[in-house]
Design a protein around this ligand. Structure first.
Ligand code: 5AD
Ligand code: SF4
Length: 435
């Protein structure tokens, strides 16, 4: 009889890709994918803990499975990833949700198959969270779900310890894959027909395999075949002139950069342990624009970091105006137990953070809208990613990361098409294929 799995993923692209690895493990065990937990023999929650609401979201959904599990006692529920990897969280999870069968961390995802076997062999609850990161596992066979894009890890972990961030505690120290393995993986993905490769790492610029990140990018861009190359995330302190040169010289590398600034205030940047000033960040932006004037820059911003005054917040608004981001992810600071900022004085009241985030979102959106307007009438090259059944339109992005929607009689998913932009609506564009 067929057995089915259902995976629920929270958080960043790293998690999305790790869910593909989980799917690969389950497929090798004979499970097939299904869309609903009701039809699944195993449900896996791949969790995130970057902000409190990410945790609460997962808790809510795990809680909702209680009834289903009571009705179908043979269904396996597994909870893995960043949430249980936090100190002492696995035991708390077990207490809160005693009907969860398997709890695993970020460092032993590749052992999920064995953990499932232990459970099937009759173990009541399998809790396995490794404290340290161990060697990189090169054995995974991800079942990719984001064609025509393929995620490729180049490094894992983070050494930066930004004072607000839980990532270094749940992802361990930085380790880089060998360039040979990475290049082999990209080469085979391109030959399989993937059209966009996104290199992943918490801090790709501190890649420390057998060459620098700039050389690695250059080598990957030199692989034969038609594909776009993206990478994320770049820490401004490590983003180098060398990388800018490689981006400028290699047309396969998309003219866009995600460069999280977090704040425009030097005082707050220092307290965040970001190790750059607003001026230094702007120098990097200027250096990038000097070589690639049309480069789209996106960012992450946090409001309400402990001690943030109106003056600090205004410095963030000024920096956003100065850079002119193509888009930005905006977050209210969320206290994470165990991080340095959690113990800082002057935590900001919710109503102040709310007011600030609304103001910031309004500014970012107005910049994005202005940029969208400049697209109308232009023809852009879109890599078609998907079909939006509700709108009856295909969709994809240009190399700058801008989303475009268009009608088409034939299925063009995975193809590069030229779209003439007819309307701009917020971040997304609509138009028609001209070639
Ligand atoms: N609170 C709010 N935002 C956070 N981020 C990381 N940690 C926190 C936190 N504790 C944001 C940063 C980071 C992005 C991935 O998430 O902006 O760049
Ligand atoms: Fe977190 Fe800073 Fe590392 Fe990014 S660089 S993952 S924000 S600690």
């Amino acid at each position: 009889m067929d057995k089915y799995y259902h995976i629920v993923t929270y958080g960043c692209q790293m998690n999305v890709h790790e869910s593909e690895k989980i799917a690969g493990i389950l497929a090798e065990m004979g499970y097939r994918s299904c869309d609903e937990p009701e039809s699944a023999d195993i449900v896996v929650f791949n969790t995130c803990c970057i902000r409190e609401n990410a945790e609460n979201h997962a808790f809510g959904n795990i809680g909702m499975l209680k009834k289903l599990k009571a009705a179908r006692r043979d269904m396996i529920i597994a909870v893995g990833g960043c949430l249980p990897q936090q100190m002492n969280k696995a035991e708390g999870l077990h207490k809160k949700f005693p009907y969860v069968d398997i709890i695993f961390g970020t460092h032993n995802l590749h052992e999920l198959g064995q953990l499932i076997k232990q459970k099937l062999d009759g173990k009541k609850c399998v809790i396995s969270v490794r404290e340290s990161e161990g060697e990189i596992c090169e054995e995974d066979r991800p079942l990719r779900t984001s064609y025509p894009n393929a995620w490729v890890n180049i490094m894992y972990g983070c050494n930066n310890f930004c004072s607000y961030c839980i990532v270094p505690y749940v992802r361990g120290r930085e380790r880089s894959r060998s360039s040979q393995k990475i290049i082999e993986e990209v080469r085979s993905l391109v030959s399989e027909g993937y059209k966009e490769i996104t290199l992943l790492g918490q801090n790709v610029n501190s890649y420390s395999g057998d060459m620098t990140f700039a050389r690695l990018l250059e080598k990957i861009a030199a692989i034969d075949g038609r594909f776009r190359l993206r990478f994320m995330t770049s820490h401004p302190k490590d983003f180098s002139a060398e990388v800018i040169d490689v981006m400028a010289d290699n047309p396969k590398i998309c003219r866009c950069l995600h460069l999280p600034v977090q704040s425009g205030s030097d005082r707050i940047l220092k307290a965040m342990n970001r190790r750059y000033t607003a001026a230094r960040y702007l120098e990097k932006v200027d250096a990038l624009r000097a070589k690639i004037p049309d480069c789209a820059i996106t960012t992450d911003l946090i409001v309400g970091f402990p001690g943030e005054t109106d003056e600090d917040f205004n410095a963030t608004l000024d920096l956003v105006k100065r850079v002119g981001y193509a888009s930005a992810f905006t977050f209210v600071y969320s206290k994470r137990q165990g991080t340095a900022a959690a113990d800082m004085p002057d935590q900001i009241p919710e109503e102040v953070s709310k007011r600030r985030i609304m103001q910031l979102v309004e500014l970012v959106n107005s910049q994005t809208r202005e940029l969208s307007k400049t697209y109308v009438g232009r023809t852009i090259e879109i890599l078609c990613e998907d079909f939006d059944a509700a709108r009856g339109l295909y969709l994809g992005r240009d190399e700058y990361g801008r989303m475009g929607y268009f009608p088409s009689d034939e299925d063009v998913i995975g193809q590069f098409v030229d779209m003439k932009v007819e309307h701009a609506n917020g971040v997304s564009l609509t138009g028609c294929i001209v070639r």
